[in-house]
Write a protein that binds this ligand. Structure first.
Ligand code: PMP
Ligand code: GLU
Length: 399
């Protein structure tokens, strides 16, 4: 048989999806395991949104739609972007696809030529590096530090840019760190992007999950120039607990959105018609359910951060957004636990699952080998039990 695609074969499987699959399999096998792996809201999709989905089926909204999404949904996206961030986009500038993940892919597809570099601040969400590679691009990974709240500085961005740099990826608030950039920090990054003339793929999927009264600033709202060079990715998965409905979108300047629309017309056909109706309801109806979920996440974060920091030899800083905590395991590296030496976060994750019966995502896949990501998109009871297991596991107990 002839050789398979080299690009496709070089792609690593998604570590977050793999942990989630393993966790679900263990549960199905009757093992008492607790999952802090996949970043997915544990809430049900709000009733009014589910009703809109059911009505779509009953009303026979079950056919192909325009490949970049219905005009109704694209208008709803524009209204949300205007109401939330003061951003003016026309429906033609919005392309809807099957979740934010394919939107990041198609955004990169629209701008990258083979060999183009994309600056990727680490720790980063596992899919970015692979999506860049899938588009023939080269991820240029720039490590950030916990002491800087895992945020890339304008200087670090400038230093990473070469004549081959086409874009940077900005994920704000960040998965996996939960950190959020201030307006000032974004202005500084935007200045470098303008000076060096690079695009910004700004993934703002966690924009509504922001705590402590902090202000979320959409990168495109920084200036007219920033808006022109931004490919704004967002969707309904996280804000409305709609991960399985698969609706995301990308908003960009008209030239880019036309390229994206043409691409989607061949590779995905159209997003699910039923889910699009539900997404219109999510975006246009009262946003009260978003606020209720946000408040629950904030309580869970407070609990997790406070109690995690009481456990010896591990620590975490307090994130301001998303639903992740990065646990620092530096002090455990090189130490022996349950008869095995912990060399990195992978070792820790495997042992913790085996002996502690808790699933977390090792930071190795985020380019953060001394960290482990916990998602707090789960109940306080689970968080309590998970942290109690952590303490017992660290004391050598087997659960
Ligand atoms: N971007 C980030 C940062 C994410 O964490 C996720 C969640 N998997 C996505 C995009 C993809 O979202 P969706 O489920 O809408 O594809
Ligand atoms: N965004 C989630 C996570 O990081 C879901 C899994 C995925 O798509 O990677 O866990």
């Amino acid at each position: 048989m002839k050789e398979l695609s080299r690009i496709a074969q070089a792609i690593e499987p998604s570590a977050t999806m793999a942990i989630d699959t393993l966790f679900k399999q263990m549960k199905a096998d009757g093992i008492d395991v607790i999952g802090f792996g996949a970043g997915e809201p544990d809430f049900a999709t709000p009733d009014h949104i589910k009703t809109a989905g059911k009505a779509a089926i009953d009303n026979n909204d079950t056919r192909y739609t325009p490949s970049s999404g219905t005009v109704e949904l694209r208008k709803s996206v524009c209204q949300r972007l205007k109401a939330d961030f003061g951003l003016e986009y026309t429906p033609k500038q919005v392309c809807v696809s099957n979740g934010a993940k394919p939107c990041v892919y198609v955004a990169l597809r629209a701008i990258l030529n083979p060999g183009d570099e994309v600056v990727l601040p680490a720790p980063y969400w596992v899919s970015y590096s692979e999506l860049i590679r899938m588009c023939g691009g080269v991820p240029v990974i720039v490590d950030t530090r916990e002491a800087d709240h895992f945020k890339l500085t304008a200087q670090e961005l400038a230093d990473a840019i070469t004549p081959n740099t086409k874009a940077m990826i900005l994920n704000n608030p960040s998965n996996p760190t939960g950190m959020m950039y201030s307006r000032r920090e974004l202005e500084e990054l935007a200045r470098v992007c303008q000076e060096k003339d690079i695009y910004v793929v700004s993934d703002e999927i966690y924009c509504n999950l922001v705590y402590d009264g902090e202000e979320f600033v959409s990168f495109a709202s920084i200036s007219a120039d920033a808006k022109e060079r931004t490919l704004l990715v967002n969707g309904v998965s996280k804000s409305y607990a709609m991960t399985g409905w698969r609706i995301g979108y990308v908003a960009a300047n008209p030239e880019i959105s036309e390229v994206i629309g043409n691409y989607l017309s061949h590779c995905t056909g159209s997003p699910c018609a039923i889910s699009q109706k539900a997404a219109v309801e999510a975006l246009t109806a009262s946003q009260d359910s978003v606020e209720n979920m946000r408040l629950a996440f904030e309580r869970r974060r407070n609990y997790m951060v406070e109690h995690m920091n009481k456990i010896p030899n591990i620590s975490c800083i307090k994130p301001h957004g998303a639903f992740y905590v990065m646990m620092n395991i530096e002090k455990l590296i090189g130490k022996e636990l349950h008869g095995e030496v912990i060399r990195n976060a992978d070792d820790f994750g495997n042992l913790f699952l085996k002996y502690g019966k808790v699933a977390v995502v090792p930071g190795t896949s985020f380019n953060a080998p001394n960290f482990v990501r916990w998602s707090y998109a789960t109940s306080i009871e689970n968080i309590k039990e998970g942290l109690s297991r952590l303490e017992r596991f660290l004391n050598g107990e087997v659960i």
